[in-house]
Design a binder for this molecule. Structure first.
Ligand SMILES: [Zn+2]
Length: 427
């Protein structure tokens, strides 16, 4: 039986939701449930005012641990086509993302030392902004992008882009048409495929013997170290640690040669692999992160049971503070309408009775309402105009920076509160 053929939990609702039948990395069927969160709607399913009467379905949000390779992954898989849709991804408009792209492109070009007209393939190329930097430097470029609309944006700027999900059959076609690649990049899509092993197989097919594969994936470390539960959404199927990732790469003819952690998007592992037998040495960072993962117990089920207890304590502590604030007549709002905010609102019990509105710096969801809970989202400038007394920072990793951006609000007596890793008022 293959994944997605049975155990359909919500066939009457779109998107379809199915129980995972086997580990995405190694295929083993022994999966132990380790962390059951409050079910949520898809994290990006913000709604317009005219649709507020429609009830949005919630889907299970649960992590399982593979008993064979110790990979942590979502237990339930929503239909990936419905999840991606045709929405234009505004990621590339964020200054933080642009700076990240530029620095990363330079680093990759330096590491490759490739001659002019070498081929680079970006899987999940978004609007092609990263590939455009390579093209300017004399590379041949090829994109792959699952969202047809977004692929159209890349094609519109002259980037040759295949519109569809990456898989071995697509890799064979691209290798035939464009030749083997010096560099294959995947900085997001690996977490959105339900077949990471097939993904690696496709990457290996595309690479020259001296080629490099550069990737970023959600990091399990951030979840365990900081209780960063907001990184868990239905769009992210896999939460990676180095040991299972190395094993899956090896099984598909690839070897991890370097890996680091970044803070981008709630915490990522950024790594680089090459075909087995290549000359590039395995760097010390690989052994260092493996040792740190053992210290944190990322491969142990008990680690996630302790995390569940920690989340319950955070929820209780926050409820006590906010209940007393409400009883005292204080007005409570929140800040940050990124996808992970939906997860956080549900896990911390923050609904429209507690949070009157959410302020957000991005125009993406302004004027809309949060998925399921239907809390209104307003522009960040509204914070000073509406003057709530307490603001729960859902973008908690940037809580201090957000507080610093609103000195007038704090000067007037407003307080920013970061809910994670423990509820804390910003100084
Ligand atoms: Zn496994």
């Amino acid at each position: 039986m293959s994944k997605g053929e049975s155990n359909v939990l919500a066939s009457m609702s779109a998107p379809a939701c199915a129980w995972r039948m086997c580990c995405g990395l190694c295929g083993d069927t022994h999966l132990t449930p380790v962390l059951e969160l409050v079910p949520t709607p898809p994290a990006n399913a913000f709604v317009a005012e005219r649709a507020l009467d429609e009830v949005q379905a919630c889907f299970p949000l649960e992590l399982v641990l593979c008993e064979s390779c110790r990979h942590v992954q979502l237990a339930h898989i929503l239909d990936r086509y419905a999840m991606v849709g045709d929405a234009v991804d505004a990621d590339t408009e964020w200054p933080e993302h642009q700076a990240h792209n530029l620095a990363w492109a330079r680093e990759l070009m330096e590491r490759c030392c490739a001659p002019e007209q070498s081929l680079v393939i970006d899987i999940g190329c978004n609007d092609g902004s990263l590939l455009a930097l390579f093209e300017d430097a004399g590379w041949r470029v090829q994109g792959v992008e699952p969202s047809v609309n977004v692929a159209g944006t890349a094609i519109g700027r002259g980037i040759d882009t295949y519109p569809g999900f990456f898989q071995p059959s697509i890799a064979a076609r691209l290798e035939d048409e464009r030749g083997p690649a010096r560099l294959v990049i995947a900085h997001d899509l690996m977490s959105q495929t339900d077949d990471p092993s097939g993904f690696f197989e496709g990457v290996r097919m595309l690479l020259r013997p001296d080629g490099l594969f550069s990737f970023e994936v959600p990091s399990l470390h951030a979840l365990v170290a900081d209780a960063g539960v907001d990184m868990i959404t239905h769009a992210t199927l896999d939460y990676h640690s180095v040991a299972p990732l190395m094993r899956a790469l090896n099984q598909n003819g690839l070897e991890l040669i370097t890996v680091t952690r970044t803070r981008l998007h709630g915490g990522r592992l950024r790594g680089m692999a090459r075909p087995m037998g290549g000359l590039a040495p395995v760097e010390a960072s690989v052994a260092a992160l493996l040792a740190d993962e053992r210290r944190l117990g990322l491969a142990e089920a008990d680690t996630y049971r302790k995390l569940a207890s920690r989340l319950a304590a955070i929820r209780n502590q926050l409820a006590v503070y906010l209940d007393s604030a409400k009883t005292a007549g204080l007005r409570i709002a929140a800040y940050g309408a990124q996808a992970g905010a939906t997860t956080l609102l549900y896990q911390l019990g923050l609904d429209a009775d507690v949070i009157t509105f959410i302020a957000d710096a991005s125009p993406l969801h302004t004027g809309g309402y949060t998925p399921g809970l239907h809390i209104p989202v307003v522009a960040a400038a509204e914070l000073e105009a509406r003057r709530p007394d307490v603001v729960v920072v859902l973008a908690w990793q940037d809580a201090q920076a957000i507080a610093a951006q609103h000195p007038d609000f704090e000067a007037a007596g407003g307080r920013f509160l970061s809910p994670l890793p423990v509820p804390t008022l910003c100084a």
